[in-house]
Design a protein around this ligand. Sequence first.
Ligand SMILES: [Zn+2]
Length: 283
Amino acid sequence: MRWSENFTSLLQDQHISYKYSNGEEQININDCDWQEWLKENESRHDFIKNNLLNATLTFHHRVKMFIKHIIKSKGNPLKISYHSYKVEFALRGAAHVHGVLWIDWENIDILSKKDTQLIKDALKKIKNEQKIEDNERNAIAKFADEFISCSLKNPKTADIVQSVNVHNHTKTCKKYGSDCRFYFPRFPTLKTIVAVPLQHSDIPVDKQEIESCEAKRILSSVKVVLQDEQAMEEICEINKEKIDIYVQTLNLVQKIGLILSETPKKKQTICLDEKNVLKHLYL
Ligand SMILES: [Zn+2]
């Protein structure tokens, strides 16, 4: 519920002015900036609470427009043929949407025909709980890289990502135990990984248990460090320069590769943990 229109639509009895210049909106209520006015008059939370029908209609309209102009747009490279969604309300009343999009794999042209076929094969195998091959995993990772990023390098989106898409623990995180039920903090990775359950990996059956114990031991040690805010701050500071040099080198190698192959490549990062790979692919 961060949009200015949520509030402007609720203020019909006030004198409202709206100016748009140089890409910036200026909304005044009774000649006072709208945020200042709200601070002085009523908290934002109460304001929404007292105008739920109007806020819900605004939300509904916004979702419809998102589907029409973004999801179902002819220019959308995801080529969505069907969609389905449900609206949920968080405890504080914030509406949000959970949904599924069906991709028209026959018409998707952002990937090569070969990669598209590999993904189709992989999805069938995942559905039937069969093992997927390395080249199929790579094709899925490539597909994810086309549409998902957690990079803060783009100045156009960095601020938005930091304000709305960074996980901060709330009470609901620890509803079922002491760990965050959304698995945060996630393990960092420099490239997209499609993790698979152990029974579908290349590890021989008689070694799976030992490997699993060792993996759990390493990951829980990493988690302890990740959860230690002070340690993380110090570690990031120590290695910042080295990481920057590494990323710059990586970019340079990619640019050289790009010039040589003329094939666009993007390196972005998502981390699908072992347990949730199927869930992520179908959500
Ligand atoms: Zn959390």
